[in-house]
Design a protein around this ligand. Structure first.
Ligand code: OGA
Ligand code: MN
Length: 256
């Protein structure tokens, strides 16, 4: 478990539920650069040819040496129109609305419209050979995981991307979820399923990690607000989501 349970007051509004752990400055800027570059590389490789070409054209217009070592982290992202972000159809949105009327809103993967303007991939391996700093950064991350047998997802939100309130599918993963935030700041909102007035909002800076486990994982909905919710986060955001596999964690609580 995380050795630090830190909240700087500037990061927080409301009362944080128990079982939520947050380290605002877990990764250094150079670790963030490495993780973000590797994550973009993996997502880009999975994308369509048309967009790969667009990215190539866009990159050739940039000064890539500066973009990698000196420019702000946000410049590792190309403009939004270089990525094939998925939108959500009205039909899927309608299904999501029905979920929210239930006591618990579960995300069926992400395919029921909980996320808008995003791309994602399930990660089977990191490109460690291409990014020398990756192994030490990942092993630091590994040292704070509550258990092994994990699944990793990369989730890239467009500048206007958002994640609507949901509880992660309880049959798809177990009792904890770790999120690494890279790129533009976003607000994570937690809302008690039993009492919607119990709300906490946490500002997630680039390089921060959080863990939702047990109570907060099962009894709170979480969402990532759109950029318009606050002033200084107009860009794209990557999250590395790590979850424990359900088959290694059979103790799913009964919500009824
Ligand atoms: C998710 C999710 C939160 C984040 O992928 O289910 O809620 O921090 N992500 O990106
Ligand atoms: Mn989620």
């Amino acid at each position: 478990m995380l050795s630090r349970r830190l909240f700087s007051l500037a990061n927080l509004r409301g009362t944080i539920p128990s079982d939520f752990h947050f380290v605002p400055d877990f990764f250094s800027v150079s670790e963030q650069r490495t993780l973000l570059s590797a994550a973009l590389e993996r997502l880009d490789a999975a994308g369509s040819r048309r967009f790969q070409k667009r990215r190539k054209n866009s990159r050739s217009k940039l000064n890539t040496a500066a973009a990698i070592y000196e420019a702000p982290l946000s410049e590792l992202f190309l403009p939004d129109d270089c990525y094939e972000f998925l939108q959500v159809s009205p039909y899927l949105l309608c299904i999501w609305r029905r979920h929210t009327n239930a006591k618990f809103a579960f995300a069926e993967g992400h395919y029921d419209g909980v996320i808008h303007n995003y791309r994602e991939t399930h990660l089977t391996s990191w490109p460690t050979a291409e990014f020398p700093g990756l192994v030490p950064a990942l092993s630091r991350l590994q040292s704070v995981l509550p258990s092994s047998n994990i699944q990793t997802h990369l989730l890239h939100l467009a500048s206007d991307g958002e994640i609507l309130p949901h509880v992660d599918n309880v049959s798809a993963s177990g009792r904890w979820i770790l999120g690494v935030s890279l790129g533009s700041d976003r607000i994570l909102r937690l809302e008690s399923c039993a009492n919607p007035d119990e709300v906490a909002e946490i500002l997630l800076p680039s390089g921060s990690i959080y863990i939702q486990s047990d109570t907060v994982r099962y009894q709170y909905k979480h969402s990532i607000l759109r950029n318009s919710a606050f002033a200084n986060g107009a860009g794209q955001r990557m999250s590395i989501m790590i979850r424990v596999s359900p088959s290694y964690d059979r103790t799913i609580p009964n919500h009824s």
